[in-house]
Design a protein around this ligand. Structure first.
Ligand SMILES: NC(=O)c1ccc[n+]([C@@H]2O[C@H](COP(=O)([O-])OP(=O)(O)OC[C@H]3O[C@@H](n4cnc5c(N)ncnc54)[C@H](O)[C@@H]3O)[C@@H](O)[C@H]2O)c1
Length: 455
């Protein structure tokens, strides 16, 4: 499945038609392919105030083979090779006056940004500020980055990462993610890192080598894509879905050399059966415990609240929220999770913005966000993480069932003017599952092209 309008608008005939009618022409996004360089061109790194991360960023870029150019001056803005990334170290902000430095650096550099370029702002969390003036300047980054993201053209994105004092080692993995094609549909987002023991850098091509990853709802849609991306990145995938989806599930699992496990995750004995299955597998092939669990299975049963029966309400809560809670708890209790396990829970933009006709769904997906936030400190104690990913409009069978008007509007009202693909959600989840994402915990990452809903 793909976003039909983006494909059409970028065809020869479609380009002519959209130009003549003045219709938007969404860009074809730079998406990750194995073997691809981190960036397809040079990057520039600048600072506002006395930043402390410039050297770290430059080292990560050079290590990835990226040419780092000197900051562009306002009058030299149109010369030279187009930039693939513009990175601002704003960790030195002391008050609003320093923000002029951000403007002075970003404006000429962004003029030279190539299509599918990346703007990334690194700052310190406003909550840790030493004075109201510093908190104001740090919080200003929020409005700045969200606005830049809305102004960028041609598939370029802007995001911010808050790096508290002591969390410098957590930066490299997120930095590489945001610059790479893996983050194609992540736009206008702010991520806060935590201090963590980050293992030495993994293999870029196989960051999940030797890992065992459980993916629920893996028979189709986003879940099938998660399973495929995880396997591409080196994981052995245990693909879980309901028995009625058994044939599709087997196809997905066989296609990636994984294992299919038919299970209705809402069944009373589902957590126990999953634990037993994982223990047997561990005994059979001598593997370690489970490294990654992706709670992706989800359903919708839409109705206005006043017309909603208990069956609709309860079934959505059971699949989308209660099963995630029960299975995670059972895996913890049974001690089948590796100490540095990664749990990724699929939420939804509806859980942030709310959606008419989806009180049950939105409540369940908001619940997922609360759950990961509450569990994060417990996971951090053992070196593990738990995060949520909130997809916006993603082109799948779930969204194909929407009325055409709702579907078309839903997929266009974002800064990238297109629906995301399952692989965009999968890449984000695979990144959160990597050892190098140790410093990302309790967060909800939206994969929504900076949707206007809930922004
Ligand atoms: N498609 C979107 O635009 C979108 C947006 C936001 C969030 N999401 C979320 O992403 C996830 C995947 O969505 P999708 O669009 O791929 O949906 P989908 O309907 O195409 O796939 C969901 C899968 O989950 C499985 N499943 C359902 N109930 C199950 C159960 N009780 N036990 C085991 N498996 C079960 C289904 O059989 C199916 O294979 C869901 O959690 C969904 O809420 C999707």
């Amino acid at each position: 499945m793909s976003d039909w309008y983006t494909t059409f608008a970028n065809s020869g005939f479609g380009t002519t038609i959209t130009r003549q009618l003045g219709l938007p022409r969404p860009a074809v996004l730079r998406r990750y392919e194995p073997g691809q360089p981190l960036l397809p061109g040079p990057a520039v790194v600048g600072s506002a105030g006395e930043g402390r991360l410039r050297n770290t960023v430059t080292a990560v870029l050079r290590d990835a083979g990226v040419t780092v150019q000197s900051p562009v001056t306002a009058d030299g803005g149109t010369d030279g090779e187009k930039l693939a990334a513009v990175i601002l170290d704003a960790t030195g902000l002391t008050g609003p006056g320093d923000l002029a430095g951000a403007h002075g650096f970003l404006a000429p550099a962004i003029k030279r940004l190539r299509p599918s370029g990346r703007v990334l702002i690194l700052a310190e969390p406003p909550s840790d500020a030493g004075s109201p003036a510093q908190a104001a300047a740090r919080q200003a980054v929020d409005g700045l980055v969200r606005s830049v993201a809305k102004e960028l053209l041609d598939g370029s994105t802007a995001n911010a990462v808050y790096v508290p004092e002591g969390a410098e080692d957590s930066l490299a993995g997120p930095l590489r993610f945001f610059l790479s094609g893996r983050s194609a549909y992540v736009d206008g987002q702010l991520l806060t890192l935590s201090p963590a023991d980050v293992p030495t850098r993994e293999d870029d091509e196989k960051p999940l080598a030797g890992k065992v990853a459980v993916v629920t709802g893996a028979a189709r849609g986003i879940g099938a894509s998660i399973a495929q991306v995880m396997a591409r990145d080196g994981a052995h995938v245990v693909a879980v879905d309901i028995p009625a989806a058994g044939d599709l599930l087997a196809e997905v699992a066989n296609g990636i050399g994984g294992t299919a496990f038919q299970l209705d995750i809402t069944a009373d004995d589902a957590p126990q059966r999953l634990v037993e299955h994982l223990r047997e597998r561990r005994a059979a092939d001598g593997r370690q415990g489970v490294d990654v669990v992706v709670h992706n299975a989800g359903i919708t049963r839409d109705k206005l609240l006043v017309n909603m029966d208990a069956v609709r309400w309860n079934s959505v809560m059971a699949v989308n929220l209660q099963a995630q809670l029960d299975i995670t708890q059972a895996l913890l209790d049974a001690d089948v999770l590796e100490d540095d396990a990664r749990i990724v829970c699929v939420s939804s933009q509806s859980g942030i913005a709310g959606n008419r006709g989806q009180t049950n769904y939105a409540a369940s997906k908001a619940g997922v966000i609360g759950m990961v936030r509450a569990w994060a400190p417990r996971f951090a104690e053992r070196g593990a993480t738990i995060n949520a990913v909130a997809p916006g409009f993603i082109v799948t069978e779930m969204t194909a069932r929407m009325p055409v008007g709702t579907r078309e509007i839903g997929s266009r009202i974002n800064s990238l003017q297109q629906g995301g693909l399952p692989v965009d959600v999968a890449e984000t989840i695979a990144w959160l599952s990597q050892p190098g994402s140790a410093g990302v915990n309790g967060q909800t990452v939206r994969v929504c092209g900076q949707s206007m809903l809930g922004a």
